[in-house]
Design a protein around this ligand. Structure first.
Ligand SMILES: NC(=O)c1ccc[n+]([C@@H]2O[C@H](COP(=O)([O-])OP(=O)(O)OC[C@H]3O[C@@H](n4cnc5c(N)ncnc54)[C@H](OP(=O)(O)O)[C@@H]3O)[C@@H](O)[C@H]2O)c1
Length: 270
Protein backbone atom coordinates (compact mmCIF):
# COMPACT_ATOMS: atom_id res chain seq x y z
CA UNK A 1 0.00 0.00 0.00
CA UNK A 2 1.60 3.26 -1.23
CA UNK A 3 2.30 6.12 1.22
CA UNK A 4 1.75 9.78 0.43
CA UNK A 5 3.48 12.99 1.44
CA UNK A 6 1.12 15.94 1.81
CA UNK A 7 2.57 19.24 0.59
CA UNK A 8 0.52 22.44 0.59
CA UNK A 9 -2.55 20.24 0.91
CA UNK A 10 -1.66 18.11 -2.15
CA UNK A 11 -0.97 14.38 -1.82
CA UNK A 12 2.07 13.01 -3.65
CA UNK A 13 2.85 9.27 -3.83
CA UNK A 14 6.05 8.97 -1.79
CA UNK A 15 7.63 6.36 -4.06
CA UNK A 16 7.79 7.35 -7.71
CA UNK A 17 9.34 5.89 -10.85
CA UNK A 18 12.45 7.56 -12.32
CA UNK A 19 12.77 7.23 -16.11
CA UNK A 20 16.30 8.45 -16.87
CA UNK A 21 18.09 7.08 -18.94
CA UNK A 22 15.30 4.88 -20.36
CA UNK A 23 14.28 5.65 -23.94
CA UNK A 24 12.20 4.34 -26.82
CA UNK A 25 10.22 1.12 -26.45
CA UNK A 26 12.12 0.16 -23.30
CA UNK A 27 10.91 3.36 -21.64
CA UNK A 28 7.34 3.05 -22.93
CA UNK A 29 7.14 -0.53 -21.68
CA UNK A 30 8.77 0.37 -18.33
CA UNK A 31 6.21 3.11 -17.67
CA UNK A 32 3.30 0.90 -18.71
CA UNK A 33 4.58 -1.86 -16.43
CA UNK A 34 5.35 0.53 -13.55
CA UNK A 35 1.71 1.68 -13.60
CA UNK A 36 0.56 -1.96 -13.68
CA UNK A 37 2.81 -2.64 -10.66
CA UNK A 38 1.16 0.20 -8.73
CA UNK A 39 3.36 3.26 -9.27
CA UNK A 40 1.34 6.48 -9.43
CA UNK A 41 4.21 8.99 -9.64
CA UNK A 42 6.40 9.26 -12.75
CA UNK A 43 9.46 11.45 -13.23
CA UNK A 44 10.75 12.62 -16.61
CA UNK A 45 12.50 15.70 -18.05
CA UNK A 46 12.88 17.39 -21.41
CA UNK A 47 16.59 16.56 -21.33
CA UNK A 48 15.92 12.82 -20.98
CA UNK A 49 14.57 12.77 -24.55
CA UNK A 50 11.88 10.30 -23.47
CA UNK A 51 8.75 12.40 -22.87
CA UNK A 52 7.07 10.88 -25.92
CA UNK A 53 7.81 7.36 -24.67
CA UNK A 54 6.60 8.22 -21.16
CA UNK A 55 3.40 9.61 -22.69
CA UNK A 56 2.86 6.44 -24.72
CA UNK A 57 3.51 4.27 -21.68
CA UNK A 58 0.95 6.27 -19.71
CA UNK A 59 -1.63 5.91 -22.50
CA UNK A 60 -1.04 2.16 -22.67
CA UNK A 61 -1.11 1.86 -18.88
CA UNK A 62 -4.71 3.00 -18.94
CA UNK A 63 -4.65 4.47 -15.44
CA UNK A 64 -6.89 7.58 -15.31
CA UNK A 65 -4.69 10.64 -15.80
CA UNK A 66 -5.78 12.28 -12.55
CA UNK A 67 -4.46 9.29 -10.58
CA UNK A 68 -0.87 9.75 -11.75
CA UNK A 69 1.49 12.45 -10.44
CA UNK A 70 3.58 13.39 -13.49
CA UNK A 71 6.71 15.56 -13.29
CA UNK A 72 8.78 17.07 -16.10
CA UNK A 73 11.64 19.58 -16.06
CA UNK A 74 12.89 22.57 -18.03
CA UNK A 75 16.51 22.38 -19.14
CA UNK A 76 18.77 25.17 -17.84
CA UNK A 77 19.13 26.72 -21.32
CA UNK A 78 15.37 27.33 -21.63
CA UNK A 79 14.60 29.44 -18.58
CA UNK A 80 13.72 32.80 -20.19
CA UNK A 81 10.02 33.75 -20.24
CA UNK A 82 9.42 32.86 -23.90
CA UNK A 83 11.39 29.63 -23.75
CA UNK A 84 9.61 28.39 -20.61
CA UNK A 85 6.23 28.72 -22.30
CA UNK A 86 7.31 27.12 -25.59
CA UNK A 87 9.10 24.31 -23.78
CA UNK A 88 6.12 23.42 -21.64
CA UNK A 89 3.77 23.39 -24.62
CA UNK A 90 6.04 21.01 -26.52
CA UNK A 91 6.36 18.80 -23.41
CA UNK A 92 2.57 18.58 -23.10
CA UNK A 93 2.33 17.55 -26.77
CA UNK A 94 4.96 14.86 -26.35
CA UNK A 95 3.46 13.58 -23.12
CA UNK A 96 -0.05 13.59 -24.70
CA UNK A 97 -1.53 15.35 -21.70
CA UNK A 98 -3.31 18.61 -20.91
CA UNK A 99 -1.20 19.33 -17.82
CA UNK A 100 1.73 18.16 -15.75
CA UNK A 101 1.41 17.84 -11.99
CA UNK A 102 4.83 19.36 -11.42
CA UNK A 103 7.14 21.46 -13.59
CA UNK A 104 10.70 21.85 -12.29
CA UNK A 105 13.68 24.00 -13.19
CA UNK A 106 16.10 21.12 -13.85
CA UNK A 107 19.27 23.04 -12.85
CA UNK A 108 19.72 26.67 -11.78
CA UNK A 109 21.18 29.05 -14.36
CA UNK A 110 22.78 32.22 -12.92
CA UNK A 111 22.56 33.87 -16.35
CA UNK A 112 18.76 34.08 -16.32
CA UNK A 113 17.02 36.03 -13.52
CA UNK A 114 15.28 33.44 -11.36
CA UNK A 115 12.29 35.74 -10.86
CA UNK A 116 11.65 35.78 -14.63
CA UNK A 117 11.64 31.98 -14.81
CA UNK A 118 9.43 31.52 -11.77
CA UNK A 119 6.96 34.15 -13.02
CA UNK A 120 6.66 32.40 -16.38
CA UNK A 121 6.10 29.10 -14.59
CA UNK A 122 3.43 30.50 -12.26
CA UNK A 123 1.64 31.99 -15.29
CA UNK A 124 1.41 28.45 -16.71
CA UNK A 125 0.16 27.30 -13.32
CA UNK A 126 -2.61 29.92 -13.42
CA UNK A 127 -3.61 28.62 -16.87
CA UNK A 128 -3.96 25.11 -15.42
CA UNK A 129 -1.21 23.62 -17.60
CA UNK A 130 1.02 23.05 -14.61
CA UNK A 131 -0.44 22.08 -11.24
CA UNK A 132 2.68 22.84 -9.17
CA UNK A 133 5.97 24.58 -9.82
CA UNK A 134 9.32 23.67 -8.34
CA UNK A 135 13.06 23.40 -8.72
CA UNK A 136 15.79 20.80 -8.86
CA UNK A 137 19.43 20.86 -7.79
CA UNK A 138 18.89 24.04 -5.76
CA UNK A 139 21.13 24.36 -2.66
CA UNK A 140 19.45 25.97 0.42
CA UNK A 141 20.25 29.63 -0.36
CA UNK A 142 18.92 29.32 -3.92
CA UNK A 143 15.79 27.55 -2.71
CA UNK A 144 15.16 30.43 -0.32
CA UNK A 145 15.53 32.86 -3.21
CA UNK A 146 13.06 30.83 -5.33
CA UNK A 147 10.57 30.81 -2.45
CA UNK A 148 10.61 34.61 -2.60
CA UNK A 149 9.19 34.45 -6.14
CA UNK A 150 6.78 31.54 -6.13
CA UNK A 151 5.12 28.90 -3.94
CA UNK A 152 7.83 26.31 -4.65
CA UNK A 153 6.29 22.86 -4.19
CA UNK A 154 9.40 20.71 -4.56
CA UNK A 155 13.16 20.66 -4.73
CA UNK A 156 14.43 17.49 -6.41
CA UNK A 157 18.02 16.75 -5.35
CA UNK A 158 20.46 13.90 -4.98
CA UNK A 159 19.76 12.29 -1.62
CA UNK A 160 20.61 8.85 -0.27
CA UNK A 161 22.24 7.41 2.87
CA UNK A 162 25.75 8.30 1.65
CA UNK A 163 24.93 12.01 1.05
CA UNK A 164 23.30 14.10 3.80
CA UNK A 165 20.84 16.92 3.02
CA UNK A 166 20.38 18.20 6.59
CA UNK A 167 20.10 21.96 5.93
CA UNK A 168 17.87 21.49 2.91
CA UNK A 169 15.53 19.13 4.76
CA UNK A 170 15.12 21.69 7.52
CA UNK A 171 14.32 24.43 5.02
CA UNK A 172 11.86 22.17 3.20
CA UNK A 173 10.06 21.40 6.45
CA UNK A 174 9.72 25.01 7.55
CA UNK A 175 8.42 26.05 4.11
CA UNK A 176 6.25 23.00 3.33
CA UNK A 177 8.37 21.95 0.35
CA UNK A 178 8.71 18.36 -0.91
CA UNK A 179 12.28 17.05 -1.10
CA UNK A 180 12.33 14.46 -3.88
CA UNK A 181 15.37 12.22 -3.60
CA UNK A 182 16.97 11.36 -6.94
CA UNK A 183 19.61 8.64 -7.28
CA UNK A 184 17.97 7.46 -4.03
CA UNK A 185 19.85 4.16 -3.92
CA UNK A 186 23.14 5.74 -5.02
CA UNK A 187 23.04 3.74 -8.28
CA UNK A 188 23.03 0.55 -6.23
CA UNK A 189 26.01 1.44 -3.99
CA UNK A 190 23.80 1.08 -0.90
CA UNK A 191 23.85 -2.70 -1.38
CA UNK A 192 27.48 -2.71 -0.14
CA UNK A 193 26.68 -1.11 3.25
CA UNK A 194 26.83 -3.57 6.19
CA UNK A 195 24.42 -1.46 8.29
CA UNK A 196 21.80 -1.62 5.54
CA UNK A 197 22.45 -5.31 4.98
CA UNK A 198 21.96 -6.04 8.72
CA UNK A 199 18.81 -3.94 9.06
CA UNK A 200 17.49 -5.50 5.85
CA UNK A 201 17.97 -8.98 7.28
CA UNK A 202 15.99 -8.03 10.37
CA UNK A 203 12.97 -7.05 8.25
CA UNK A 204 13.41 -9.57 5.44
CA UNK A 205 14.23 -6.75 3.00
CA UNK A 206 17.17 -5.91 0.73
CA UNK A 207 19.52 -2.96 1.45
CA UNK A 208 17.81 -1.13 -1.45
CA UNK A 209 14.37 -1.61 0.08
CA UNK A 210 15.73 -0.57 3.46
CA UNK A 211 17.12 2.61 1.91
CA UNK A 212 13.88 3.50 0.13
CA UNK A 213 11.92 2.90 3.32
CA UNK A 214 14.33 5.15 5.26
CA UNK A 215 13.79 7.92 2.70
CA UNK A 216 9.99 7.87 2.52
CA UNK A 217 9.71 7.51 6.30
CA UNK A 218 11.15 11.03 6.60
CA UNK A 219 8.59 13.86 6.61
CA UNK A 220 8.19 15.58 3.22
CA UNK A 221 10.56 13.21 1.41
CA UNK A 222 9.73 11.29 -1.77
CA UNK A 223 12.05 8.98 -3.73
CA UNK A 224 12.17 8.15 -7.44
CA UNK A 225 14.36 5.08 -8.04
CA UNK A 226 14.84 3.94 -11.63
CA UNK A 227 14.73 0.24 -12.43
CA UNK A 228 14.88 -1.19 -15.93
CA UNK A 229 14.10 -4.62 -14.53
CA UNK A 230 10.43 -5.40 -13.82
CA UNK A 231 11.39 -7.42 -10.73
CA UNK A 232 13.37 -4.58 -9.22
CA UNK A 233 10.54 -2.16 -9.98
CA UNK A 234 8.23 -4.30 -7.87
CA UNK A 235 10.80 -4.82 -5.10
CA UNK A 236 11.29 -1.06 -4.85
CA UNK A 237 7.59 -0.55 -4.26
CA UNK A 238 7.42 -3.30 -1.64
CA UNK A 239 8.51 -1.12 1.28
CA UNK A 240 5.26 -0.19 2.97
CA UNK A 241 4.80 -3.21 5.23
CA UNK A 242 7.50 -2.43 7.80
CA UNK A 243 8.73 0.57 9.77
CA UNK A 244 12.19 1.56 10.99
CA UNK A 245 12.52 2.56 14.64
CA UNK A 246 13.84 6.07 15.44
CA UNK A 247 17.18 4.50 16.49
CA UNK A 248 17.41 2.62 13.18
CA UNK A 249 16.61 5.81 11.25
CA UNK A 250 19.54 7.46 13.08
CA UNK A 251 21.83 4.54 12.30
CA UNK A 252 21.20 5.11 8.57
CA UNK A 253 21.67 8.89 8.92
CA UNK A 254 25.07 7.99 10.37
CA UNK A 255 26.24 6.53 7.03
CA UNK A 256 26.44 9.93 5.29
CA UNK A 257 29.89 10.76 3.94
CA UNK A 258 29.44 13.35 1.20
CA UNK A 259 29.28 10.87 -1.70
CA UNK A 260 27.86 12.95 -4.57
CA UNK A 261 27.31 11.00 -7.80
CA UNK A 262 25.79 13.67 -10.06
CA UNK A 263 27.99 16.73 -10.53
CA UNK A 264 27.95 18.09 -14.12
CA UNK A 265 29.79 21.25 -15.19
CA UNK A 266 26.63 23.37 -14.83
CA UNK A 267 25.99 22.21 -11.23
CA UNK A 268 25.80 24.87 -8.49
CA UNK A 269 28.27 24.88 -5.57
CA UNK A 270 26.89 22.95 -2.58
N1 LIG B 1 16.92 16.16 -11.23
C1 LIG B 1 18.05 15.64 -11.64
O1 LIG B 1 19.02 16.34 -11.96
C2 LIG B 1 18.18 14.14 -11.69
C3 LIG B 1 19.46 13.57 -11.78
C4 LIG B 1 19.57 12.18 -11.79
C5 LIG B 1 18.42 11.39 -11.74
N2 LIG B 1 17.18 11.99 -11.67
C6 LIG B 1 15.94 11.16 -11.62
O2 LIG B 1 16.07 10.22 -10.57
C7 LIG B 1 15.86 8.89 -11.07
C8 LIG B 1 16.66 7.88 -10.28
O3 LIG B 1 18.03 8.23 -10.20
P1 LIG B 1 19.20 7.39 -10.87
O4 LIG B 1 18.69 6.60 -12.03
O5 LIG B 1 20.33 8.35 -11.08
O6 LIG B 1 19.70 6.41 -9.71
P2 LIG B 1 19.12 5.25 -8.79
O7 LIG B 1 17.65 5.15 -8.88
O8 LIG B 1 19.75 5.48 -7.45
O9 LIG B 1 19.83 3.95 -9.39
C9 LIG B 1 19.41 3.30 -10.56
C10 LIG B 1 20.24 2.01 -10.68
O10 LIG B 1 19.94 1.15 -9.56
C11 LIG B 1 19.55 -0.14 -10.04
N3 LIG B 1 18.46 -0.67 -9.20
C12 LIG B 1 17.17 -0.24 -9.16
N4 LIG B 1 16.46 -0.96 -8.29
C13 LIG B 1 17.32 -1.86 -7.75
C14 LIG B 1 17.17 -2.89 -6.80
N5 LIG B 1 15.98 -3.13 -6.21
N6 LIG B 1 18.26 -3.63 -6.46
C15 LIG B 1 19.46 -3.40 -7.07
N7 LIG B 1 19.66 -2.44 -7.98
C16 LIG B 1 18.60 -1.67 -8.33
C17 LIG B 1 19.06 0.09 -11.46
O11 LIG B 1 19.20 -1.10 -12.19
P3 LIG B 1 18.29 -1.54 -13.45
O12 LIG B 1 17.80 -0.27 -14.09
O13 LIG B 1 19.22 -2.32 -14.28
O14 LIG B 1 17.14 -2.36 -12.95
C18 LIG B 1 19.95 1.21 -11.93
O15 LIG B 1 21.18 0.71 -12.40
C19 LIG B 1 16.24 9.01 -12.56
O16 LIG B 1 15.70 7.96 -13.32
C20 LIG B 1 15.67 10.36 -12.90
O17 LIG B 1 14.26 10.25 -13.14
C21 LIG B 1 17.07 13.34 -11.63
Amino acid sequence: MQHYQTIRGVQVPALGFGTWPLKGDECREAVRDALAAGYRHVDTARMYGNEEDVGRGMQEGGVPREQVFLTTKLWYTELTRAKVTDALHSSLRRLQTEYVDLLLVHWPNPEVPLGETMEAMTALQQQGKVRQVGVSNFPPALLEEALGYAPVFCNQVEYHPLLAQTALLELCRTNDVLLTAYSPIAHGAVTEEPVLQDLGRKYGKSPVQLTLRWLVQQPRVAAIPKAASPDRRRQNLDIFDFELTPAEMEQVFGLARGKRLINPHHAPAW
